[in-house]
Write a protein that binds this ligand. Structure first.
Ligand SMILES: [Zn+2]
Length: 245
């Protein structure tokens, strides 16, 4: 659900379409220099969207967004650590007020993470919803929209880095056959991207997002994007050239 993110008051988000359209001079430069990622030096924050007290959107079958966010973010944290990103920080906040949103930003800033990734699953506006019966309960759903989306904030002082990471992640998701859907993070001072992994009010998408296969694909895309971004931002310093005699 996009409305609850980082206490953003005036959101000026750039969607993945715009992210993907941007050129990548830094990446090209890193590739030319044969830069390698040093994961031990790279700090990542994986943020579980929403809180146990305020669980965000409700899926077509009545499962809360927080459940999806926590499960996917946990897998991402594990994958990053297994890949050598020892400085992966897992954010789980509590509370029902906006204070918890600012706390995430504060913590990310204090840690000085290289990239902050907030994990969410999407809802749609009420006007697109219909009712159905599932296991004896009347639930809201909308099968009209499908796919993931990515957001960065123009208010973030590291907007261009956020955009660079968001673009890499968008490409990694796309290269794994995942669809971007057409259908928030200014308090953080570190590069930040908000991931809407999919639309849980879509009845088919909900089942796909519940599958370990899809979770693994999204996790792999995130890991690949982090590795590529790390190679750009934290490349091992090149060996100094020997002075010519
Ligand atoms: Zn959300």
């Amino acid at each position: 659900m996009r409305t609850i993110t980082f206490g953003a008051l005036t959101l000026a988000m750039v969607a993945a379409a715009a992210i993907l359209a941007n050129a990548a001079p830094a990446e090209a430069e890193a590739a030319r220099q044969g830069a390698a990622c040093d994961p031990a030096r790279f700090k990542v924050a994986v943020d579980v969207g929403h809180t146990v007290e305020n669980q965000g959107a409700t899926s077509a079958r009545g499962v809360k967004e927080y459940v999806f966010n926590l499960r996917l973010a946990t897998q991402m944290e594990q994958a990053l650590k297994e890949a050598g990103f020892a400085q992966t920080h897992f954010f789980v906040m509590h509370g029902t007020t906006r204070a918890q949103l600012f706390k995430r930003a504060e913590r990310a800033n204090a840690l000085g993470v290289d990239v902050f990734v907030s994990i969410h699953h999407n809802d749609v506006q009420e006007q697109y919803k219909s009712k159905w019966e599932h296991e004896g309960e009347t639930r809201s759903y909308s099968d009209q929209f499908s796919g993931h989306s990515l957001f960065v904030s123009r208010e973030n002082p590291r907007f261009s880095d956020s955009l660079a990471f968001g673009r890499l992640l968008g490409l990694e998701l796309k290269s794994r056959g995942l669809i971007y859907t057409r259908h928030h993070t200014e308090d953080t001072k570190v590069p930040a991207v908000l991931v809407e992994a999919g639309i849980i009010v879509n009845r088919d998408d909900e089942l796909v997002l519940e599958s370990p296969e899809r979770q693994a694909v999204i996790t792999a895309a995130l890991l690949a994007a982090v590795e590529r971004y790390c190679a750009i931002k934290h490349a091992k310093p090149p060996r100094p050239a020997r002075p010519k005699k």
